[in-house]
Design a protein around this ligand. Sequence first.
Ligand code: AMP
Ligand code: TRP
Length: 319
Amino acid sequence: MRILSGIQPSGILHIGNYFGMMRPAIALQAEGEAFYFIADYHALTSLKDPATLRENGRRVAIDFLACGLDPERAALFRQSDVPQVTELAWILSTIAPIGLLERAHSYKDKVARGMTASAGLFTYPVLMAADILIYNSDIVPVGKDQKQHIEITRDLAVKMNETFGEIFKLPEPRIHGATETVPGIDGQKMSKSYGNTIDIFGDEKEMRKRVMSIVTDSSPIEAPKDPDNSTIFQLYSLFATKEEIAVMCEAFRRGGTGYGDFKKQLFAKLWDYFEPMRKRRAEILADPRYVEGVLERGAQRANEVAEKVMARVREAVGL
Ligand code: AMP
Ligand code: TRP
């Protein structure tokens, strides 16, 4: 079984990335052959600063490794180290219906938020389909916001197979139910572009400040509170054990505890949770060549697979 996923190096990784994609991806590395990459071609749709793109890419690799990605089991590489994906993206774009791309929520949302409607932003899902299909992927662990992109990938694979004969497998999305959408400190979906994130490896003071500024209603301390509508409770549930969650739930309903106290409990859990990963990260940072070595080996492995699939595609379409 081949497992594949990608993450854009367009910013610093946050706990939405962690629970939505990284943790499920890390868990899956034991179940098959995993390929995880840093989607730097995709990040170019939003990031036009070369030094930042390069630096973020390296940071994503370091952070992913620190969180438990095992390079002996999973290949970790940069998307742009396998430039054949852009060749496949071109071929896919010649059969991709404009109407299908026009229905993409992600494109519409980004343009609505003021991003320039470039051709690259519009064909983003075609490049993503190439990423997935070029490695014969079976399973793609992603957050819920990427589900439609996997559906588009399947549509394009079917169309290619109908037009040129059986070339591609149809991939399945794997969306982790409990962590479909992690809320940010304002209660909206946590996202770098909303400025509402809690970073995985933020500095302690800053992270505490972010947690303490989670938006709540203005219920007084003594009032009973509704855990189901609370961002604090939702985030706490990601980190705590079943028993701890039940205790906080009961304390919400009973009243007598203020939101400030709940926030402190959340911060303590969150900080402890990432403690072993911060340790591992410090070790990785101490050996600057380690990450480059991992990325090189990952790229080699990815190239082997991609080149085989591309040979089949070129043959099938007549190139
Ligand atoms: P991105 O930062 O958009 O490249 O997202 C990387 C991965 O993290 C994708 O699989 C997203 O679906 C996932 N992700 C990002 N934000 C969230 C969130 N707030 N909740 C759950 N998953 C998320
Ligand atoms: N679009 C994905 C995101 O923003 C990143 C991505 C690019 C990806 N190519 C992919 C994810 C292929 C899974 C498979 O999160």
